[in-house]
Design a protein around this ligand. Structure first.
Ligand code: PRT
Ligand code: ZN
Length: 293
């Protein structure tokens, strides 16, 4: 049966849900407000449905073609064991829900490298990634699979170490644990199914990908404008964070130039102070609302 509407899998609630919905909204998709618990939400202005599911189901739904796209963490994509090149037509990093899968041990324990884990039991919700890491390090340890509350395993004497996702590190600290190994670094990605799509929906697929790319490219970017003495321009260009090709225009009647640039990286107060010290004046930093590459 060919689908008449594109289907995107989004986590129903949790750490991926808000970022995914906000990205879709910034890309101009008006999601009908049918209550947070609704399983299927319609996009008002385009033939797109949003399927709200648990994050663990997203990779397989997209691989099987039940959904055409999905927002998922790289960690659960890797943990699913699905072959990325066989099952997905594209995988686009989105820059949010960043975290790392780390091995942590009780603070009081001496740790002298991965070999210290030999013969130990490690609790995790990511058995596949943990086993791959242990195998690469040639460590023989037992893996105890847990779904949720992994951090309490050492206190309950279920395991002597944990392998869990960490973002701020507060959960490890609160449980008297310290991170000793990084197993996998992750962020949210948009995955596209490799299953064929109807000709009518091919245009919507292109539009969706183009808009998501634009929103991701604009996130965190700033437009910076300043004036500077002509001979200070080379030094100033070096200070502009992530600006590839600034526009430099002469200011009439003065030995000075105006420099305009799109900065791909954060512009901090320190950057502005450094620019001023290098001779820049009238520095303006503006947010970029939309950008089509
Ligand atoms: O119900 P459902 O199955 O959909 O949700 P879930 O409980 O399995 O997932 P959820 O919402 O917790 O996480 C979804 C995805 O968000 C993960 O697969 C990661 O890709 C990403 N993500 C980013 C995180 C974190 N940061 C994170 N900090 N997922 C989980 N955590 C947990 C971690 O497990 C630990 O309990 O947060 C705690 C640690 O956080 P800090 O800040 O104290 O270090
Ligand atoms: Zn989950």
């Amino acid at each position: 049966m060919t689908k008449e509407r594109l289907r995107i899998a989004v986590q129903s609630k949790g750490r991926l849900a808000t970022g995914s919905v906000s990205l879709l909204e910034r890309a101009g998709f008006e999601i009908r407000n049918g209550g947070r618990d609704e399983l299927l939400q319609r996009v008002k202005n385009l033939p797109i449905d949003i399927l709200r599911v648990r994050d663990d189901d997203i990779a397989s739904f997209v691989a099987e073609g039940v959904c055409d796209f999905g927002f998922v963490g790289q960690n659960s994509l890797a943990e699913s064991g699905l072959d990325e090149s066989d099952n997905f037509a594209s995988i686009t990093p989105l820059g949010f829900a960043r975290c790392s899968l780390k091995i942590a041990v009780p603070e009081a324990i001496d740790y002298a490298g991965a070999s210290s884990l030999s013969g130990k039991r490690i609790a995790t919700s990511h058995p596949r990634l943990l086993r791959r890491f242990l195998c690469a390090k040639n460590v023989d340890a037992a893996v105890a699979e847990m779904h949720g509350s992994v951090e309490v395993a050492p206190r309950l004497q279920i395991a002597s170490a944990v392998c869990d996702l960490v973002s701020t590190g507060a959960t490890l600290e609160a449980n008297g644990l310290r991170a000793v190994e990084t197993v996998f670094d992750s962020e949210a990605v948009l995955i596209q199914s490799a299953s064929p799509i109807s000709e009518e929906l091919a245009g919507i697929v292109d539009l969706l990908k183009r808009r998501i790319d634009s929103v991701v490219a604009t996130t965190g970017t700033k437009y910076i404008m300043l004036n500077a003495p002509r001979d200070a321009a080379p030094e100033i260009q070096k200070l502009l964070p992530g600006a590839e090709a600034p526009t430099i225009m002469p200011l009439s009647g003065r030995d000075a130039v105006a420099i305009h640039a799109v900065c791909q990286e954060s512009v901090f107060w320190k950057t502005l102070e450094d620019l001023k010290a290098a001779g820049a004046s009238a520095i303006l930093v503006l947010p970029i609302e939309k950008m089509m590459l």
